[in-house]
Design a binder for this molecule. Structure first.
Ligand code: FEO
Length: 403
């Protein structure tokens, strides 16, 4: 969208849709692109909340000039310094040389380290305010959601929370901008993929942030990626609260790494047993073909996880090893895991999966199953037993009063 869009009184979206970047942070696939949202408050004093990734500077300046004409841009509020939001700052300063940058003490160091900017920076502390005329902004530090300098900005006049990465997700906004204009089922799933892969590791800090924001009367949540929430701002905050509490749904993710189908057969047998026990929600991933970001997203969502891996050169199948590395990094809590391994001439996979299951806050569901070459009837019966046990334990967790 090459024009600004009014969000609320004197407040405009000046973001950019990025369809060129195929991997966010050079890691996470963007099948439908991503937005970099930033916002102008056009008051007696003018303030831009965050910027865009560097290549979209021209679009941003065109939109600013379209709204401001020759009037100055007085302030730039920097909620977060990751370059998808800060990448345009240095050149924006060339367009608006008098621009005062608002950030916290952590922001200041990053402005110097990234862009050699040291002048005309106003440092704010938690709770400080900035009067623009009719609008008063307050700044709320939410460190490690997901960088040290992260903060959010609240407009007391419009009750709008500019939350930057928090509550944001993948997917561009090519027409619709607000939650009442979009297929939110798709976008909420992409918010969860963003949360689980990028922010989720910092769930304790997310919880602190949500607690801190409880004192604000929020009518609009305006993140820096994805839809703006004006119809139901409480919903996205509630989802974030649940995800960062590690609240899960009664369902399971089955992930297998299989070269010739034997390990897949074991995984399918476990899934069959869970289905027979009444588990309806199951996500099934061939780890050689599903991108890890979608697997992590589903694992964040559900209570149960089955990991089935063949052995490769005496250790885990490489795509499974990559998933394990990601899972250790996310520090999830309160989930159950069942493990299956297979090998041809040297054991390895099951021991690695056992190490993983023992390393974090996972409840290991028995039996573990290890098969040489191909599973036979007695092996598959053990897989059925694992599936039944996993299903029964899960159902116990979701019986009211038995958690
Ligand atoms: Fe959207 Fe942490 O940057």
């Amino acid at each position: 969208m090459n024009h600004s869009i009014k969000v609320t009184h004197h407040t405009y979206w000046l973001g950019a849709n990025d369809h060129q970047t195929d991997l966010f942070e050079s890691l996470w696939p963007l099948p439908k692109g991503v937005t970099y949202n930033c916002y102008l408050i056009d008051d007696e004093k003018t303030a831009l909340i965050d910027t865009v990734k560097g290549p979209f500077l021209t679009q941003l300046v065109e939109k600013l000039k379209g709204l401001l004409g020759e009037r100055p841009l007085d302030y730039l509020v920097v909620n977060h310094m990751e370059p998808d939001h800060s990448g345009a700052i240095k050149l924006l300063r060339c367009v608006y040389p008098q621009l005062k940058i608002i950030g916290n003490v952590q922001t200041k160091g990053m402005l110097e380290n990234f862009y050699a900017l040291t002048e005309n920076i106003q440092i704010v502390k938690d709770g400080d305010t900035l009067d623009l005329g009719k609008h008063t902004l307050s700044f709320h530090l939410v460190p490690m959601v997901h960088w040290p300098e992260t903060m959010v900005t609240y407009d007391h006049s419009t009750k709008t929370l500019f939350s930057c990465d928090a509550f944001g997700g993948f997917g561009s906004l090519d027409g619709g901008l607000f939650d009442d204009e979009l297929d939110m089922q798709y976008y909420e799933d992409e918010v969860l993929r963003y949360f689980s892969n990028i922010v989720g590791r910092y769930s304790p800090q997310v919880q602190k942030a949500i607690e801190k924001l409880k004192g604000l009367d929020i009518s609009i949540v305006a993140p820096s990626h994805g839809p703006i929430h004006r119809k139901n701002p409480g919903r996205i905050i509630t989802l974030y609260d649940r995800w960062s509490r590690n609240e899960t749904e009664c369902g399971a993710v089955i992930v297998f790494g299989s070269m010739y189908g034997n390990t897949q057969k074991m995984a399918e047998t476990v899934a069959r047993a869970m289905a027979e026990e009444g588990i309806e929600k199951m996500a099934y991933h061939d780890i050689s073909r599903s991108h890890v970001s979608y697997v992590v997203k589903d694992i964040w969502k559900y209570k149960g996880l089955i990991l089935a891996s063949c052995t490769y050169n005496t250790t885990l199948f490489p795509p499974m090893a990559d998933l394990i590395m990601h899972l250790k990094n996310k520090m999830m809590k309160g989930r159950m895991v069942g493990i299956l391994g297979s090998y041809s001439w040297s054991k390895g996979a099951l021991a690695e999966l056992q190490n993983f299951a023992d390393s974090g806050d996972w409840e290991l569901v028995q039996p573990t199953v290890e098969v040489k070459s191909a599973p036979f009837e007695e092996d598959l019966e053990k897989c059925m037993e694992l599936g039944r046990k996993m299903a029964q334990k899960m159902k116990m967790c979701y019986v009211p009063g038995m958690k």
